[in-house]
Ligand binder design. Structure first.
Ligand SMILES: Cc1cc2nc3c(=O)[nH]c(=O)nc-3n(C[C@H](O)[C@H](O)[C@H](O)COP(=O)(O)OP(=O)(O)OC[C@H]3O[C@@H](n4cnc5c(N)ncnc54)[C@H](O)[C@@H]3O)c2cc1C
Length: 401
């Protein structure tokens, strides 16, 4: 296996998990990460049942469950009308051992995977190593990385580009990133105010034509945890204006008026894209996670989809490296994961955003009436839950041959 080393660009959750799945099958792995340490940004934090199932064999899920918040129910609300539908994942308890979403910020997940990699002698994770170029022939790949010792060259048999939305690997391969960028940005605000005491489930989506909201309850050092809210930012508002304390307070008061000011722990603003790489494979180089696709966070499909990529790809790539399967198996990874990203992740996240922002009164009422009917019918509610918890997308991928 020595000459079968896989190079992974990027030590985000997707790159690290792909490395672990490969390494557990005895494939040597080198992970190259641009930053000096694991990144600590506040991003994904809601894990769906299939992701928990996929990480369970490595002991990661148990560790996550010990500190995360289990979310067995979640709501779709209207800012003025209140709860439109409340979904109970108990309805799909016969379909998954994890009938809940699990809330835990991704910067708490990556150290769990990294620790497991450190225990394996055939894995090396190199920080301060930014991939800047790559090439390949029939049997090998090589990459150039900027390191504190200058530009270094690394060779392997395969390269996995898990280097995030601005992926150098994707750009070096000249692969088009098809799709669009939403005109509005999103602002994320975390507060200690406990919305759980006000009838909110730990995950809720609140429709409003002026200012919709996505609500995620995250663990903190202790109760009540942190409540993280995402709101839209109008196109012409400057970042400094959005992040000014009074403007943040105004947004929070519009969402849920109260006499006191909100204690705000974090705030940040970001651009949102809907994009899928035209190709997930070029020869010996494969894309996974954000380097292959981006979507808005409504539905929490981004990192979950990346986890599904990482496990699907690494299981297949390990079989190829071990001489147990033909290289064409990797094209199946592309067919399965690219298809469901378009059919489920892009489609679902775009629909979710449109539903929350719907400005037409009639259209909104019609959609809410339909949601109420689905929620009241156990058979339809179960189907809705299989879809929204990504179980249907993983099953659809598995059915593609
Ligand atoms: C505010 C926000 C909220 C989100 N919420 C959710 C959610 O609730 N649920 C969900 O499923 N998803 C969510 N997402 C999406 C989720 O965060 C991403 O899908 C996830 O981080 C993708 O993981 P990744 O490993 O593919 O990429 P990243 O996490 O971006 O990791 C890429 C890694 O590659 C490194 N890198 C970059 N360039 C190079 C290079 N040239 N050489 C070497 N290393 C490089 C980076 O430093 C980084 O460590 C959210 C995203 C944002 C921004």
């Amino acid at each position: 296996m020595k000459d079968q080393r896989v190079i992974v660009a990027g030590a985000g959750p997707v790159g690290l998990l792909a490395a672990l799945v490969l390494a557990k099958r005895d494939v040597p792995v080198l992970v190259l990460e641009a930053e000096p340490a694991l990144t600590h940004d506040l991003r994904a934090g809601s894990f769906h049942p299939p992701s928990l199932e996929m990480m369970a064999p490595y002991g990661i899920t148990d560790e996550m469950q010990a500190i995360g918040i289990r979310v067995p129910r979640w709501q779709i609300r209207d800012r003025r009308e209140g709860v439109i539908a409340e979904w109970d994942l108990g309805l799909i308890a016969d379909q998954t051992p994890y009938p809940h979403r699990l809330h835990l910020e991704q910067h708490r997940l990556t150290p769990m995977i990294y620790r497991r990699l450190q225990a394996l002698s055939h894995v090396k994770v190199r920080f301060n190593s930014r991939v800047v170029d790559l090439g390949q022939d029939a049997d090998h790949v090589w990459t150039l990385a900027e390191t504190p010792h200058g530009v270094e060259r690394f060779e392997g048999s395969w390269l996995v580009g898990a280097d995030g939305g601005r992926s150098t690997v994707r750009k070096q391969l000249d692969i088009e990133f098809e799709g669009f960028t939403w005109p509005e940005r999103f602002v994320v605000v975390s507060t200690t105010f406990d919305f759980g005491q006000r009838g909110y489930t730990s995950n809720a989506y609140v429709a409003d034509p002026e200012q919709w909201a996505a609500v995620f309850h995250m663990p903190d050092a202790g109760p009540p945890g942190l409540w993280r809210m995402a709101f839209p930012v109008p196109i012409d508002e400057a970042d400094e204006e959005t992040l000014a304390p009074d403007a943040v307070e105004r947004r929070m008061q519009y969402f849920y008026p109260r006499p006191e000011r909100y204690e705000v722990r974090y705030k940040s603003i970001y651009r949102v894209h809907q994009r899928v790489a035209k190709m997930f494979r070029r020869g010996r180089v494969l894309l996974a996670g954000d380097s292959a696709h981006l979507n808005n966070p409504l539905g929490a499909f981004g990192l979950n989809g990346g986890i599904h990529d990482a496990v699907n790809l690494a299981e297949k790539l390990a079989r190829v490296c071990r001489g147990e399967a033909e290289e064409s198996l990797l094209d199946l990874y592309v067919r399965q994961r690219r298809t469901v990203n378009i059919e489920y992740v892009q489609e679902g996240s775009i629909q979710n955003l449109k539903m929350l922002a719907e400005a037409d009164d009639e259209a909104r009422k019609k959609r809410f009436a339909e949601l109420r009917r689905i929620a009241a019918d156990p058979k339809r509610a179960k189907e809705y839950l299989l879809h929204s918890s990504m179980i249907a997308s993983v099953r659809r991928a598995a059915a593609i041959t």
